[in-house]
Write a protein that binds this ligand. Structure first.
Ligand code: NAI
Length: 462
């Protein structure tokens, strides 16, 4: 007889949420985690610590730039890096300990150690075999590097090393203008580093709506970050405590080099699948070396499911969470579903960037006729009061039916504002539905309503 109904491998946002939902649905559940704390990359060396550093350095920016404008006179602020790291550590600890509490509350066994799957009904940890009816692979991802770049987490760092610097580098070169590059680039620029981002593509964050790409690049440049686009980094070598970066400008076909005190490699992440014993099962992989699953997150091995960064789709904590809940429901005999069209995506720069649904380029490529409702935060009273009037809300709606197809926001609290549009899209709302919904004044959310109004007869404050 099986000891467990389900064993989940990995305790990141996919794994731990899946474990809690399985337990809530009455399944005998265990979660295997080899790290000292629960929470995976997100809680320990990803989303949570980076948001702590983004918050701390944003306060520094406010004190340096906006305090005096509001009549707040203070000593020029200084940075105590060790204290900042302690604050970040405490935030992480509160979250990981909170998770331990939730595991106990929901009677989930934390099997400590690294799992090897022996068969589709047996998981081995530390020489002990645990029988189970189902297995969920939630093993996540690890930073991927470049062929001629060896990460030492001191001078050449991944996001993990960049979150725990020993000192603030005078000059930082970031390889990759993706989400990690821009968020951590913002942290270091605010701390006073000279930040240069080298990006292979012709734009920053290639997946973003092009309006947002242009606007975000302009704002980050004003904040002191410089960009080398159309540039492929070919090697990074350390000499005398400096890193020398060689890169090719792909249009001119010219070789360049530059030197920095620290180099952050932010060129994407790879699914973590090595050493799990997947070769003992009949597991197949996609061409991106991710675990192949069907629409019910079943792998090619019976009773083995996979979710999160280890499978196809955007590498986002909340996408993994939703898949974790859906799989728990499926294992307990219910329906499980994820609507991938309404998964938001947020970049926590200042201002924030948030998107959901389709971009203009997507709609053009599909030949969908659409209309655009756009509203600048410059017309929003609350945004002006908090020095956050840069940016806009852009809503894309079907030209014939008015149904909302996507939304793209750059501006204050964009990461929170996006959710009313996610909900509207889940309910198949039209732009007029949103425009007719009363929004409290004065809030930055009025800009969302104004953009919806702009899809119809026009915004009021434009
Ligand atoms: P990314 O895939 O977002 O960006 C990597 C960038 O590196 C790309 O723009 C690519 O063109 C560039 N690149 C690759 N090779 C290069 C080379 N040789 N020279 C110059 N540029 C090169 O990857 P990133 O930023 O490392 O993030 C990893 C994952 O983590 C992403 O899927 C991201 O969505 C996720 N993430 C999400 C966050 C959020 O939701 N706020 C925060 C942090 C990470």
């Amino acid at each position: 007889m099986s000891d467990y109904d389900v064993i989940i491998i990995g305790s990141g946002p996919g794994g731990y949420v899946c474990a809690i939902k399985c337990a809530q649905l009455g399944l005998k559940t265990a979660c295997v985690e080899g790290s000292e704390t629960l929470g995976g990359t997100c809680l320990n060396v990803g989303c949570i610590p980076s948001k702590a550093l983004l918050h701390a350095t944003h306060q520094l920016y406010e004190a340096q730039h906006n305090f005096s404008l509001m009549g707040l006179i203070a000593e020029p602020p200084k940075v105590d890096l060790q204290k900042m790291m302690e604050y970040k550590g405490k935030v992480v600890e509160q979250n990981t300990k909170g998770l331990e509490f939730l595991f106990k509350k929901n009677k989930i066994d934390w099997i400590k150690g690294w799992a090897t799957i022996v068969s589709n009904t047996e998981v081995q940890v530390g020489g002990k075999t645990y029988p189970t009816k189902n297995i969920v692979l939630a093993s996540g991802s690890t930073p991927s590097s470049l062929p001629n770049v060896k990460i030492d987490e001191n001078i050449i760092v991944s996001s993990t090393g960049a979150l725990s610097p020993k000192k603030i580098p005078e000059k930082l070169i970031i390889i990759g203008a993706g989400v990690i590059g821009l968020e951590l680039g913002s942290v270091y620029a605010r701390l006073g580093s000279q930040v240069k981002v080298i990006e292979f593509s012709k734009t920053i964050v290639p997946s973003l709506d092009s309006d947002l790409q242009i606007h975000l690049k302009r704002i980050l440049t004003k904040q002191g970050i410089s960009f080398e686009l159309n540039s492929a980094v070919q090697s990074v070598k350390i000499s005398k405590n400096k890193a020398n970066v060689k890169y090719l400008k792909t249009q001119e076909k010219t070789q360049h080099s530059d030197e920095a005190d620290m180099v952050l490699v932010a060129t994407g992440r790879s699914a973590y699948t090595e050493g799990l014993g997947l070769t003992n099962l009949n597991i197949e992989f996609t061409k991106n070396k991710k675990i192949l699953t069907n629409e019910f997150w079943k792998t090619t091995s019976d009773g083995v499911y996979a979710i999160g960064d280890a499978i196809e789709g955007p590498m986002l904590a909340h996408k993994a969470e939703d898949e974790g809940i859906a799989v728990a429901e499926i294992i307990s005999g219910k329906l499980g579903h994820v609507n991938y069209l309404t998964i938001p995506s947020v970049i926590y720069t200042h201002p924030e960037v948030a998107t959901v649904g389709q971009t203009e380029d997507d709609l053009k490529a599909k030949g969908v006729t659409y209309k655009i409702g756009k509203f600048n935060f410059a017309g929003n009273g609350r945004a002006k009061a908090i020095f956050a009037s840069e940016g806009f809300v852009k809503i894309l709606a079907n030209a014939d039916t008015d149904r909302i197809l996507g939304a793209h926001i750059i501006g204050p609290m964009a990461g929170d504002l996006i959710h009313e549009i996610c909900v509207a899209m889940e309910f198949g709302a039209s732009a007029e539905d949103l425009a007719r919904t009363c929004h409290a004044h004065p809030t930055v959310s009025e800009a969302v309503r104004e953009a919806a109004l702009a899809c119809g007869s026009g915004a009021i404050h434009a």
